[in-house]
Design a protein around this ligand. Structure first.
Ligand code: G3P
Length: 214
């Protein structure tokens, strides 16, 4: 499974990149709004730090406006992926962009029907938001499972990015259902690597090591 970081914060990105396990980054307008930096500069800097796919989101609502906005963002770096909310205009834009060789991540996906249409339009990635479904008492991971089964039936090459992850268990469940990618907030990434018994174990080993004769 590939790990993306769900953030626009450069320090978080540099930190996780230094761990050696980072495959890409996803941003969205809310995440970008927390950083005090022009959007395109920020995307360019993230693309320099991480060589994998970097999602940058379009804000235009009509396909005729999404396509040029997407092409401008795609020109920032070869590893930019264009994030487009799913919908009729988004599908039209995705179809045109995919035909032009621009990779699209269809976002704000909350149903299998939306994911199926995204794949049909030629999206390279699809982002089901599982945490937001869990928040309204629906089973977010069941959606991921359903999308994975549908894509397997027809050999769609679209990769599933499990998004809106809230806790480490979401990451494990994404791996169990065979999702291609989990995009993980920094705080969850830190929790994923730690375990109190590991910390206790290290402290005990170091204490005992002090008693070993040299
Ligand atoms: O990648 C999408 C993600 O940022 C949404 O997360 O926590 O706003 O539901 P959240």
């Amino acid at each position: 499974m590939k790990f993306f970081l769900d953030t626009a914060n450069l320090e978080e990105i540099k930190t996780v990149a230094s761990w050696g396990i980072l495959d890409g980054v996803t941003t969205n307008p809310s995440l970008v709004s927390k950083e005090n930096r022009p959007f395109k500069d920020l995307v360019a800097e993230i693309c320099r730090i991480v060589p994998g796919p970097i999602s940058a989101e379009c804000v235009a609502s009509e396909a005729a406006a999404i396509v040029p906005e997407a092409k401008e963002l795609a020109a920032i770096a070869p590893n930019v992926v264009i994030k487009i909310p799913v919908g009729i205009e988004g599908l039209k834009a995705t179809k045109a962009l995919a035909a032009a060789g621009v990779k699209v991540n269809m976002t704000l996906v909350f149903s299998s029907g939306q994911a199926l249409l995204a794949a049909k339009a030629g999206a390279s990635f699809v982002s089901p938001f599982i945490g937001r479904l869990d928040d309204i008492s629906q089973d977010g991971m069941a959606l991921v499972e359903e999308i994975a089964a549908i894509y397997a039936n027809y050999d769609f090459p679209t990769e599933i990015i499990v998004a809106s992850i809230r806790h480490p268990r979401h990451v494990i469940e994404a791996a169990l259902v065979g999702a291609h990618i989990a995009t993980v907030p920094f705080a969850v990434m830190e929790k994923l690597v730690r375990h109190p018994l590991t910390d206790i174990g290290i402290a005990r080993f170091l204490k005992d090591w002090g008693k070993v004769k040299s």
